[in-house]
Design a protein around this ligand. Structure first.
Ligand SMILES: Nc1ncnc2c1ncn2[C@@H]1O[C@H](COP(=O)(O)OP(=O)(O)O)[C@@H](O)[C@H]1O
Ligand SMILES: [Mg+2]
Length: 260
């Protein structure tokens, strides 16, 4: 049996006296979409930050693709193939969609300063391959019609798509997505669901998804990890969690769910 792509082992992150994440362990198999859910303040974003290198863990280990990446810098973790999608605010508002993607590709350009610095050797691009790679990414997220549009003028749903495109520019094998459906309308949520499925089924992507929108989580996640007050209270398939009394009480029955 192949080991899981991502293994989180006894992860903890404290802020002064507050244990935002406590002894968290779970794993994600290659090709799965796994949900990480829990009420506001449960520690989901903190878990993401410690996994992706934005914050060093207080304790515990993160193993990705068989390698211990705990406490590494984000750029190194991305180079291992574990990327995070960005919020719309991280795009260059004055630049076009294709320029934003081009900037995100810089670290993969052969001989470029970031590539030399990171000694990244996989998925390198020659300068003559950049256009083709931009086309590939724009095609995946379906933004052909907006490639010359200024990022700052895009509707909110399209800005979020551009954030996913920028994450894909690192050519990751796994994406950590923090609330990609937040602020999207019904049709945009359906599109996002299709895109996530397509990433998994056609582009070999493994996804860890933090999301409040329960319909999306229940529909596309193979497994779900439930966090409450920094602790994992349950883990299972959507069908198992729907009837788990602790989950229903702690989360699914909460107002967050009713309004999602
Ligand atoms: N940088 C920080 N400094 C201090 N406390 C933080 C910081 N980030 C998060 N917290 C606290 O950690 C807890 C978990 O927050 P967070 O991970 O953002 O939860 P979630 O994403 O599940 O809503 C909250 O009590 C929050 O106030
Ligand atoms: Mg959060």
């Amino acid at each position: 049996m192949t080991p899981p792509l991502l293994q989180v082992k006894g992860l903890a992150r404290h802020f002064g006296g507050l244990a935002a994440v406590k002894d968290l362990s779970f794993s994600v198999e290659k090709g799965q979409i796994v949900g990480l859910i829990g009420p506001n303040g449960a520690g989901k974003t903190t878990a993401f930050n410690t996994i992706s290198g934005v914050l060093p863990p207080t304790r515990g280990r993160v193993v990705f693709n068989g390698q211990d990446i705990s406490g590494q810098r984000p750029s190194i973790i991305v180079a291992h193939g574990l990327a995070r999608t960005f919020q719309s605010t991280t795009t260059y508002a004055d630049a076009s969609v294709e320029k934003n993607i081009e900037y995100a590709l810089l670290s993969r350009i052969r001989g470029s300063a970031p590539q030399r610095l990171m000694r990244r050797s996989s998925h390198l691009l020659g300068s003559d391959q950049i256009g083709e790679e931009i086309n590939r990414i724009i095609g995946i997220v379906g933004m052909q019609a907006w490639r010359h549009a200024e990022a700052g003028t895009l509707a909110y749903g399209l800005q979020k798509k551009l954030g996913i495109a920028i994450g894909l520019a690192a050519r990751p094998s796994m994406l950590l997505m923090d609330e990609p459906a937040a602020g999207l309308n019904h049709e945009e949520c359906n599109e996002l669901t299709r895109l996530l499925r397509q990433l998994r089924d056609e582009h070999d992507m493994t996804i860890l998804l933090v999301e409040h929108h329960m319909a999306i989580v229940m529909e596309i996640c193979e497994r779900i990890v439930v966090l409450v007050h920094g602790e994992k209270i349950a883990e299972g398939t959507p069908e198992e969690l729907r009837v788990n009394p602790a989950v229903v009480e702690a989360y699914l029955g909460a107002p967050d769910y009713a309004h999602a």
